[in-house]
Design a binder for this molecule. Sequence first.
Ligand SMILES: *Cc1c(COP(=O)(O)O)cnc(C)c1O
Length: 965
Amino acid sequence: MVSHAPQTKSTIPANSPSSSFVQRHIGPNTDEIQQMLKFLGFASLDDLIDRTLPQAIRSQQTLQLPDAQSEYAALAKLKNIAAKNQVCRSYIGMGYYGCITPPVIGRNILENPGWYTAYTPYQPEIAQGRLEALLNFQTMIIDLTGLEIANASLLDEATAAAEAMSMSYGVSKNKAHSYFVSRDCHPQTIDVLQTRAKPLGINIIVGDHQTFDFAQPIFGAVLQYPATDGTIYDYRAFIDKAHEVGALVTVAADPLSLTLLTPPGEFGADIAVGSTQRFGIPLGFGGPHAAYFATKEEYKRQVPGRIVGLSKDVNGKPALRLALQTREQHIRREKATSNICTAQVLLAVMAGMYAVYHGPEGLKNIAENIHKLTLTLAAGLKLLGYKISSKDIFDTLRIELGKQSLEAILEGCQARNINLRIFDETAIGISLDETTTPEDLIDLWQIFAGKDELPFSIEAVTNSTSDILQLRQSSYLTHPVFNRYHSETDLLRYLHKLETKDLSLTTSMIPLGSCTMKLNATAEMIPVSWEEFGKIHPFAPPSQTRGYQILFQQLEAWLAEITGFAGISLQPNAGSQGEYAGLLVIHEYHASRGEAHRNVCLIPTSAHGTNPASAVMCGMKVVAVACDSDGNIDVDDLKAKAEKHSHELAALMVTYPSTHGVFEEGIQEICAVVHRHGGQVYMDGANMNAQVGLCRPGDIGADVCHLNLHKTFCIPHGGGGPGMGPIGVASHLLPFLPGHAVVPLNKSTQHSTGAVAAAPWGSASILVISWMYIAMMGAAGLTEATKVAILNANYIAKRLESYYPVLYKGKNGLVAHECILDLRSLKKSANIDIDDVAKRLMDYGFHAPTVSWPVAGTIMVEPTESESQAELDRFCDALIAIRQEIADIESGKMDVEDNLLKNAPHTTESLIVGDWTHPYSREQAAYPAPWTRESKFWPSVGRIDAAFGDRNFVCSCLPMEAYSN
Ligand SMILES: *Cc1c(COP(=O)(O)O)cnc(C)c1O
């Protein structure tokens, strides 16, 4: 991908108005802000804010951040930092490989806001494009692994393995508490498994699968395929024995190798997991990449994460949506075995398209080339006198150094800008990939020969006869989608066709409460494509990643300043993973004080489902705290519960401002109560967009807090991921931040929590987005953004409250950065459900707000600071017009069953039917507002019957004919 950064320094002063990014990021201009304030009855923005936030928690100082930079200047600055990273050829492997992003995919998906600004497909009628792309991904995984069902991605291979362990624990019937982990798994996978096992009381046995005797009962096992040293084992005997004792076996498999090797599903694996990174996703110093999870159909209700499934719409037309949604919506709260919410949709879309682009033959060619080069490399190394200790290899060799010193090898590497894997003083690993050429082999041999002159020619050692014992016999990727779009023109049109089926921020505002769908500025996205950030292996030596270290240090310092904390861990890959990491930190803290028994986690009933799910994953007992009729935490109930569980109190999880959209006045008291009883306060920072610059979690009394960088700090949602969920902690918790098995992170290793993610800094490459945002906004810009976010929410609340009651307000009748509109009475008055309104909004060209969360029968609207007054008005006008349509039903003017809302959304096809029998016109159906005449967004399918799809579960591409029969 091309570099867009200016090479010279900006000559425009950073803060001159013409260069101000702040004005580009914030939707309303000065006049609009004044008009909205007037409408709300305030003289100034500060007036409004003074009446919204409790005085006691207001920050007295402005944030200490560098001055705001223009887009141009910030890019130039980041380019200088990027230049401190050294791009080397990586042969480290360990689950991360060089690869080629097909340019048509790089530009049209990764760099395309039509794809990256979409949200999780909660409104499937306007998300058929990415749902189809995800179905392709699932089909690819099902085919390659030989299993029956697959989900739509997980965070990374290591956490996918941990999810597999957790699922196995839940479904295995043998009541064992031990889990076998092959020592041939990647080390970061073993680390993440150990972290996950500990609080659940699972005993991890790391061992050699060839000698494990099953004397100790196990409920499951995980094996790496090919193993981390490159060996392709035949796991059949092990799996048979495991099944005899009732254990489930997970195989962590490299999907590219599966084009050549017998797939796990064919040799008995119950679950397969792995990373699809090498399917065209840049290394990015660890992420983001999409992991996969495949299993047998009998476990479909236990699968973690989301599954895209086929169903049909009202007209019987095949349509896609998230399957088994009721399962995921509440993430099963206390009964959870997983807390995964945000996944890696954008990367899964890219990986799936990589398979669409190359097709089965293309993928196999890539794999065969890599394999042949690896055999050739091995042959040359043997001639040079080295012993290769991995047997039956695909792309990875373990080389015993013998007499040659490690130092000499590393010197040779350095001279040639090459990174190899160091197993130990005596063994080196080399993994080849799609980018490897015959010339690269010569470089590699020269390193091992210790001189430039090789005693053989490449032709002499070229080995083209594969010796793979477990050759794959079955076919894969036979569906037309993988065989149809192999020219760039065809693929471009296919990508565009899917893109235009989806409503993203390129069409209109997406007012999803709690999700903060703000601008993802182009200047923020550009550095993601720079190869100085993209082509770095997560385990590259620190001397080559100084740019990344500077980026992390600066971002950590900024986030610490913004949150009022002493330190930050950038490891968690999503908010939910931040919750999990934060609670583990709290547990380790208690344990260090001899209070490991503290295991009660208080959680208000209004909390997001991930909160109780995370607590359960950390081995904690969830005790619910009631909310009062104003939506606030019931402080008396909190006091009573804290008192009752005083000796076991571990933590309170609290979202601030609350998920009810108000700044609770009692927050400091709430924190104090918990501290008085020896507990720690975990703040869910999903609503940080209402705090930045105005108040700080650390000052309010929280001990730890996660940030959703994909909400507050501009990482785009990507259709449901990637995300980043770093945590901030107070100083007493610093020693307990997550560590990493491969890359030492925490100085105080004796205390630190294990790894929570595969890569030491999570999805490092997208941190540039948040860095750019903060660099371009500065303290004043960030604070202004928060104020305008609050202004926008209050403007909407006031404009709509006489049509739809605002459920909760703060003490002065104001909301925070989002508001809940109560639609529950409409069921009785007009038989209108929340979904009817959500679907009707599509006819007006809008994505619905968050529906029925956190209160059933309501919608939660969060406009963010990036939407202008004109856009807010358009949205309000739509909801007001819909209220009139409902009034017509209430008054009997419109039929209760056959009406504009019940039949929404209206597709083009539904309009051109011959006999129009509805009691309203086609115009009213599809062109209900003036702007729809000018530019109309058409839902590509009608209302989807979700229940049908759940009864007839299909999660892979089927020929449409087969489906309609
Ligand atoms: C989004 C959200 C989460 C979960 O964050 P992910 O990044 O999706 O894992 C948790 N709590 C609240 C209140 C949220 O809005």
